[in-house]
Design a protein around this ligand. Structure first.
Ligand code: BG6
Length: 466
C-alpha cells in the first residue's frame, strides 16, 4: 500500500476486474468451430424474439480478438477477469473427448491472462446449454447432470494446473426462471414443477462438479455465482414480512442454502410440498448436495426486490406460480436507472454481505457482477469516447457500501464489474450497453470509455477518493 491512503482504501490483494461470458463474447459460433447451443437454436427458430433481430453470432469476437482484449484488460487496471468456457465448443456433442482446437483456444487465453498478471476466474456454464444436451431434455434429464459433471472434469484436467478459481454456474436461477417460468429463455416452458426440477438438478450438477474437483486433487478453489436480490417488505406488517420471506426462499435461498449449507431450507421444502411442487429426489442426493458447499461465493447484484403481500385472491384452479405468495411493488421515491428500468439501491450490496456474515458463517465471497446497462448509450459519445459519468457514480457508490461491509468484518475479496466490453446480451442483444470499453459492432473497433479510465485508476490505487 502506498503512503497516500485513499479515502476509500481497499486491501492490497483485493480483486479488481470484470466478468464476461463465452456465449456473449466469443463469436465464431457455428461452422465447425462450435456446435449449437439453445441460443443458436432459438435464434434460428424465432429471430423476432431478439432485440433488432441480432443473434448470438454478432459478438465482439473474442475468439479472434482475445490478445487485443487482454491488452485492454491490462490497460483498464484488471488484476483478475472472469469468463466462461463454452461446453458446446469444448465438447461439441456434449459428451466425450475435448476438441483439441477448442482446448488450444482456452489454453492460449489462460496463458495470456497469466502472462499479463491477470488472474483467470473460469466459469463452466453461463446459460449456454449445448443443443445436443437440450435435445435430451436439458436439466430435466439426469443424464445431462452426469454429462455436465464429466465436462467439468475434463476442464479441471485440461486447465486446472493454471486456473485457481473455478465456478460451476453463473446465476443458475436465470435459466430456471427464463426457460421454465416466465418465457424469456428457450425452451419457453411455463410450469413451476418443471422449473423446480430444473433448479434441483442444476444444484445436483453443481455438487457433482464440486465432487470431481475435490477428487482431482487440483489446487485452488471452486464456487458458484448467484444473483442475489434482497427482498425488502413494503411494511413491517406480518403479511408483508411473510411475502418477503417467501420471495427470499424462492429466489435467493433456493440456491444460496445448498451452496453454503449443503441443504435446502426446511421452510422451502415445506412450502413446495404444500403446493404439490416438490421435485422428485433419489437416494444419495442429500449426501451429494452436502458435499457441494463452496469455497468461494460469487455475488451478482443489480437491483433489490420490493415485496408486499398479495392484494388480490389467486384462482386456486390456475397453475401455481411464485406470484401466489407475494406481489411486487414500486417503492415511492426509489432511485432508478432511467435507461434500463431497474431500481438502483446501492445499500443492497451491503445488506447482502452483512446477511452472509451474520447468517452464513461469513463465507469467502466477492462481488462477481454489478453494473449499469444503458439503452442507446452511443448518444453519450463525445469526441469518439463515451463519457459515462453515471456509470462511474454507480460503481463508486456500490464500492463505498462494499468498503463499509469490509470494515465491519465481511470477507468480500473483490469487485468485478459487468462488463469489460459492450456485449451481446441474450434477447436484449445490444439494447443495453454495460462495458468499460465500447464496441463498434460493424468495425469491431474498441474504445475505452471514461469509466474504463476511472476504473483503471481505482484498481491501481486499490481505492479512490470521493
Ligand atoms: C446478468 C447476466 O444477469 O445480467 C449477464 O449474468 C447479462 O449475462 C447481464 O448480460 C445484463 O443483462 P441485460 O438483460 O440488462 O442485458
Amino acid at each position: 500500500m502506498g503512503d497516500n491512503l485513499m479515502q476509500y482504501q481497499f486491501p492490497d490483494d483485493f480483486w479488481w476486474g470484470s466478468a464476461s461470458s463465452a456465449p456473449q463474447t466469443e463469436g465464431e459460433s457455428l461452422g465447425g468451430a462450435k456446435s449449437p447451443t439453445v441460443w443458436d437454436h432459438w435464434f434460428a427458430l424465432q429471430p423476432g424474439r431478439f432485440f433488432q433481430q441480432v443473434g448470438p453470432q454478432d459478438t465482439s469476437t473474442f475468439y479472434r480478438h482475445w490478445r487485443e482484449d487482454i491488452a485492454l484488460l491490462k490497460q483498464t487496471g484488471h488484476n483478475s477477469f472472469r469468463t466462461s468456457i463454452s461446453w458446446a465448443r469444448l465438447i461439441p456433442d456434449g459428451r466425450g473427448d475435448a476438441n483439441p482446437q477448442a482446448a488450444a483456444f482456452y489454453n492460449q487465453v489462460i496463458d495470456e491472462l497469466l502472462a499479463q498478471g491477470i488472474t483467470p476466474f473460469i466459469n463452466l456454464f453461463h446459460f449456454d446449454m449445448p443443443m445436443a444436451m437440450q435435445a435430451l431434455g436439458g436439466w430435466e434429464n439426469r443424464q445431462v447432470v452426469d454429462a455436465y459433471a464429466d465436462y467439468a472434469a475434463v476442464c479441471f484436467e485440461l486447465f486446472g494446473d493454471r486456473v485457481r478459481h473455478w465456478f460451476t454456474f453463473n446465476e443458475p436461477i436465470v435459466p430456471v426462471e427464463g426457460g421454465y417460468l416466465y418465457d424469456f429463455h428457450y425452451p419457453n416452458v411455463v410450469d413451476f414443477k418443471r422449473a423446480a426440477t430444473v433448479a434441483y438438478h442444476t444444484m445436483l450438477a453443481h455438487a457433482s462438479a464440486v465432487r470431481h474437483f475435490r477428487k482431482s486433487g487440483q489446487g485452488g478453489e471452486i464456487g458458484i455465482i448467484l444473483n442475489l436480490t434482497p427482498s425488502y417488505p413494503r411494511s413491517q406488517h406480518p403479511a408483508d414480512l411473510a411475502a418477503a420471506n417467501h420471495a427470499d426462499l424462492l429466489f435467493n435461498r433456493s440456491f444460496l442454502d445448498p451452496a453454503l449449507r449443503g441443504h435446502y431450507p426446511e421452510e422451502l421444502i415445506a412450502l413446495l410440498k404444500r403446493y404439490g411442487q416438490l421435485p422428485a429426489s433419489q437416494p444419495g442426493d442429500d449426501e451429494l448436495l452436502s458435499g457441494g458447499i463452496v469455497d468461494l461465493l460469487g455475488i451478482n447484484y443489480y437491483q433489490p426486490r420490493r415485496v408486499q403481500c398479495r392484494i388480490n385472491q389467486v384462482n386456486p384452479d390456475s397453475p401455481f406460480m411464485p406470484e401466489w405468495l407475494f406481489d411486487h411493488y414500486q417503492m415511492p421515491g426509489r432511485k432508478m436507472n432511467p435507461w434500463r428500468g431497474w431500481e438502483i439501491y446501492e445499500r443492497g450490496v451491503y445488506d447482502i454481505l452483512t446477511n452472509l456474515r451474520d447468517n452464513y458463517h461469513n463465507p469467502r465471497c466477492y462481488i462477481s457482477e454489478n453494473g449499469m446497462g444503458v439503452e442507446d448509450e452511443l448518444r453519450f459519445l463525445r469526441n469518439g469516447s463515451i463519457e459515462d459519468d453515471y456509470r462511474i457514480d454507480f460503481v463508486r457508490e456500490h464500492l463505498i457500501w462494499v468498503h463499509r461491509a469490509l470494515a465491519e468484518g465481511s470477507r468480500c475479496l473483490g469487485y468485478h464489474i459487468w462488463t469489460f466490453i459492450d456485449n451481446w446480451s441474450w434477447t436484449n442483444a445490444y439494447k443495453n450497453r454495460y462495458g468499460l470499453v465500447q464496441l463498434d459492432l460493424a468495425t469491431q473497433r474498441r474504445t475505452v470509455k471514461k469509466s474504463g479510465r476511472w476504473f483503471a485508476d481505482a484498481a491501481r490505487n486499490h481505492g479512490f477518493d470521493e
